[in-house]
Design a binder for this molecule. Structure first.
Ligand code: NAD
Ligand code: 6OD
Length: 472
């Protein structure tokens, strides 16, 4: 890890304790990391594919061998419940290395036998080459999952990387560096620079002329700044950004299943999942039953220490983020919402009093124009509104600048297909949520992203196609 003269505290979201101090990389550290990545690139790109694949599987094995350490890191830095880290974040982090290692071995490239204008035979075929040095800029909400989701395909395609974790969650990526080194990946292939965004490590990395492409997950506004930085030198970007994801529940849906799944979609990881559902439209005949079900589900959530296996809801990432979310809680009431449940700060153990605890919250009664129904809150909350007709709800669901995902609930197969075609999103779930084979496309429409990653789609960003034309 590159070291800097300045250090910043890593603060526990559970109790406000300082867990440790992290070196903030200087501009020189960023430069050194990019140079190390550049230096390591030719040998890594030239490594026989089978050997790269073997090393990436060793990384996946190494993550799983240290699952307790990764879970502890995510619980400490992020405050996510240990059960969630163990079930989702860490295993999916390991899978990201396995899936992309196996994938690159099995993706064919095209070839065409052709006839030249003079009648002689020729052949065109394509080669996939690495893009080069990739800057990977990550958020804090699922640190290991979202970092490996980009590092896995980047390394599998023969690139080298410089990773900038979120300043809120430095530890999982530092641990990953240990695992990667222990697996035998050569020095310089994977580099980490810790620090902040604007005016710090993130900005210096994304502006660095030695970077060949930037892959980023985070807020849409940050994406705009990074896009401007990447414009210099015409570097490509791959962006997974914010969302205001709708769920639409028709009266014929399996209501119990819809409630159980959408309660997860609204509250899991304390609402800090980019795919989370913050606005739910329910067909009028089942509206009251659905709201009652969601209220019961929210009130059944066990709030408590994140390392307690019984805990279902941990704290938000920070007091600063809680202030933002509480601002929306106040705004909802000011806009005339009916508070169904929650709305404040829960009572917690005295030892946790300085943590970023917050109640899961449900509102009804707001117009679609309210900020609560249009802006990403990124907290454990949702607004539930009734609807009367399919066309009406499609228009309402699509009426935000975002387009990450939607979740549709119905037993009518024809309607499910119509809805999937009508919602302006990158991912549409039918009678489900957060269910995706890692080989399929992931990404957002409209202001929720640029490009698609996942499976072969990741290769479009992490490799270049070279067309080779041979006169025979
Ligand atoms: P953020 O945009 O504030 O920060 C993300 C990363 O960018 C951090 O590492 C930060 O230090 C860095 N950064 C900030 N400003 C920068 C700049 N000017 N130049 C370079 N780097 C900069 O996002 P966050 O608060 O960490 O994460 C929450 C956001 O991420 C939410 O909006 C959420 O929807 C989004 N998100 C999207 C997806 C997706 O797949 N679409 C997934 C997870 C999170
Ligand atoms: O499922 C995934 O691979 C993925 N990228 C999930 C993203 C979740 C965002 O918070």
């Amino acid at each position: 890890m590159a070291g800097g003269a300045r250090r910043f505290p890593n603060i526990s979201p559970q109790d406000g304790r300082v867990l440790g101090h992290v070196h903030e990389a200087t501009r020189e550290d960023v430069d050194a990391a990019v140079r190390a990545a550049r230096h390591a690139l030719p040998a890594w790109a030239a490594l026989p594919q089978d050997e790269r694949v073997r090393l990436l599987h060793a990384v996946a094995d190494g993550i799983m061998a240290r699952i307790d350490d990764f879970v502890a890191a995510e619980v400490a830095d992020n405050g996510m419940p240990a059960a969630f880290a163990r079930r989702v974040d860490v295993p999916r982090g390991a899978a990201n290395f396995r899936i992309f290692a196996d994938l690159v071995r099995n993706v064919p490239t095209e070839s065409f036998a052709m006839t030249a204008p003079d009648g002689s035979p020729a052949m065109n075929y394509t080669l996939r080459t690495p893009r080069g040095v990739i800057a990977v800029v990550c958020p804090w909400n699922l640190p290991l999952l979202l970092t490996t989701w980009k590092v896995g395909p980047a390394l599998a395609c023969g690139n080298t990387v410089v990773v900038k974790p979120s300043e809120e969650t430095p530890t999982a990526t530092a641990l990953l560096a240990d695992v990667i080194a222990a697996a035998g990946i050569p020095a310089g292939v994977f580099n980490v620079v810790q620090g902040f965004g604007a005016g710090s490590t993130g900005e210096w990395l994304t502006q660095h002329p030695g970077v060949d492409g930037v892959t980023f997950t985070g807020e849409t506004a940050t994406g705009e700044a990074i896009m401007a930085a990447a414009a210099k030198g015409v570097r490509p970007v791959s962006f997974e950004l914010g969302g205001k994801n709708p769920a639409i529940v028709f009266a014929d849906a399996d209501l119990d299943r819809a409630v159980a799944t959408l309660a997860r979609a609204a509250f899991e990881n304390c609402g800090q999942v980019c795919l989370g559902t913050e606005r739910i439209y329910v067909e009028r005949p089942v509206f009251d039953r659905f709201v009652a079900g969601m209220k019961a589900a929210a009130e059944a959530l066990v709030i408590g220490r994140s390392d307690d296996p019984a805990t279902m809801l941990g704290p938000l990432i920070s007091i600063g983020h809680r202030d933002k979310v509480l601002g929306y809680y106040a705004r909802a009431l000011a806009d005339g919402a009916t508070l169904v449940t929650g709305g404040g700060i829960p009572e917690v153990d005295a030892a946790l009093a300085k943590g970023a605890w917050i109640e899961p919250t449900i509102w009804t009664g707001l117009p679609d124009t309210s900020a609560i129904c249009r802006e990403e809150i990124f907290g454990p909350c949702c607004h539930i509104a009734p609807f009367d007709a399919e066309d009406e709800v499609v228009g309402r669901a699509n009426d935000t600048p975002y387009g990450l995902c939607a979740s549709i609930w119905t037993r009518d197969l024809a309607r499910a297909h119509r809805m999937a075609a009508a919602v302006e999103v990158g991912i549409c779930w039918i009678n489900s949520w957060f269910l995706r084979d890692l080989r399929t496309a992931f990404g957002g429409a409209k202001q929720s992203g640029i490009g698609r990653e996942g499976g072969v789609h990741s290769l479009e960003f992490y490799s270049e196609l070279r067309n080779v034309c041979i006169a025979l």
